[in-house]
Design a protein around this ligand. Structure first.
Ligand code: NAD
Ligand code: DAU
Length: 354
């Protein structure tokens, strides 16, 4: 049997592919367009491994998707492919609509065309798992209860609006055509292979490079943080046992203000790689202009996933963030491959005028 993963050269997708091969021994076809966020170096440990088949293509390339589904007799499709960065969606939303909305539509429709041709038994067992975000639920007030699966969708950024649209398409393909879908809505991930445009890897790398640690607004925005390997385990569990047509919230029960996250990183670096001048890294914290429309708080209630499928995170924030900081310190080669030309241009675009 084989699964098809899209976006498997990105941050979460590559962690998923690595863990999938190690944990299940089942072949995985990995379709990725290799945008700035995709990096085959994340998968270098799978080089020559027949269980990993990499194909460079767009999820909207219907011909290639149709061919791969049939050639590899795919039993499940896990869709990670997306434009994923809120700040980039503010600077240039078009690509987000193209990949997250139009691309997901094309992928869904090719999956449906393949699925209707399957035998009754294979049709029953087929799954389309769509990986989504907690941002579709909008922003919480300080004392609001955490997001449940029944919360209304209130997306606020071009990114979250495009993800919300894709979730609705997935839902409709199930209700209208019967495609066996599953959707997961997860909170902020962190861990190895995280592209350093996002808060945690950006701050680790800026800190050791002696650069400012840019905090948007007052730094009191709250996110729930989940170690990426826990997210991958949740997806495997939902794929294995989730009820068709259901959505599952995935989270770490780790609500933290951004400023506290950055201080935690600084404290670990003070211990593992002290600054040459003996001063704390927290001195590099710099408050900058806020993100337009910045959501104040996200929090995930992941109790349905624990109650129904028995999943809960293995890492606490304290253990996960220590592993993550250590990984970046030990993987300077990987860091060098992702912080070249395009990355520098992005830093200018996003931080140049803040
Ligand atoms: P990422 O930006 O690191 O990776 C995205 C991957 O998709 C890249 O490899 C990229 O090349 C590929 N891709 C982009 N457009 C494509 C297209 N048109 N066709 C084929 N491949 C394409 O993203 P990530 O952080 O790994 O997120 C993966 C998924 O999980 C996304 O759908 C995102 O919305 C969702 N998600 C992310 C987080 C998080 O904290 N990072 C949390 C919840 C949900
Ligand atoms: O909640 C899940 C979402 O988490 C995913 O769907 C997205 O794909 C993922 O990118 C992430 O979105 P965020 O916008 O929360 O992640 P980011 O790392 O960009 O920002 C985290 C918080 O830190 C957010 O409140 C903005 C703030 N921030 C971010 C950057 C890059 C800063 O204060 N300074 C920064 O330089």
């Amino acid at each position: 049997m084989t699964i098809l993963v899209t976006g498997g050269a990105g941050f979460i997708g590559s962690n998923f592919v690595l863990d999938w091969v190690a944990e299940t021994g089942e072949a995985v076809v990995n379709l990725d367009k290799l945008t700035y966020a995709g990096n085959v170096a994340n998968l270098s440990s799978l080089e020559g491994n027949p269980l990993h088949i990499f194909v460079r293509a767009d999820i909207g390339d219907t011909e290639t998707v149709a061919k791969l589904l049939r050639k590899y007799n795919v039993r499940a499709l896990v869709n990670f492919a997306a434009e994923s960065h809120v700040d980039r969606s503010i600077h240039g939303p078009a690509e987000f609509i193209q990949t997250n909305v139009v691309g997901t539509f094309r992928l869904l429709d090719e999956a449906r065309a393949y699925w209707v041709e399957l035998s009754e038994e294979k049709k029953r067992d087929f799954r389309f798992l769509h990986v989504s975000t907690d941002e579709v639920y909008g922003s919480l007030k300080p004392l609001d209860p955490a997001f449940k699966e029944s919360n209304p969708y209130e997306p606020n950024s071009p990114y979250s609006a495009s993800k919300a649209a894709s979730d609705h398409l997935v839902r409709a393909w199930h209700h209208t055509y019967g495609l066996p879908v599953l959707t997961t809505n997860c909170s902020n991930n962190y861990g190895p292979y995280h592209f350093p445009e996002k808060l945690i890897p950006l701050c680790i790398l800026n800190a050791i490079a002696g650069k400012p640690l840019p905090i948007y607004g007052d730094g009191q925005q709250v996110r729930d943080w989940l170690y990426v390997k826990d997210h991958c385990a949740a997806i495997r569990r939902v794929l294995e046992a989730g009820e068709v047509g259901q959505t599952y919230n995935v989270g770490g029960w780790n609500e933290k203000a951004n400023l506290d996250v950055v201080h935690a990183i600084c404290a670990i670096l003070d211990e593992l790689r002290p600054r040459g001048d003996g001063k704390p890294y927290s001195e590099q914290v710099t408050f900058v202009t806020d993100r337009p429309g910045h959501d104040r708080r996200y929090a995930i209630d992941a109790s349905k996933l624990e109650r129904e499928l028995g999943w809960k995170p293995a890492e606490t924030f304290e253990t996960g963030i220590r592993r993550t900081v250590s990984w970046y310190l030990e993987n300077s080669g990987w860091v060098a491959t992702v912080t070249s030309g395009e990355y520098r241009k992005w830093l200018d675009t996003n931080y140049g005028s803040r």
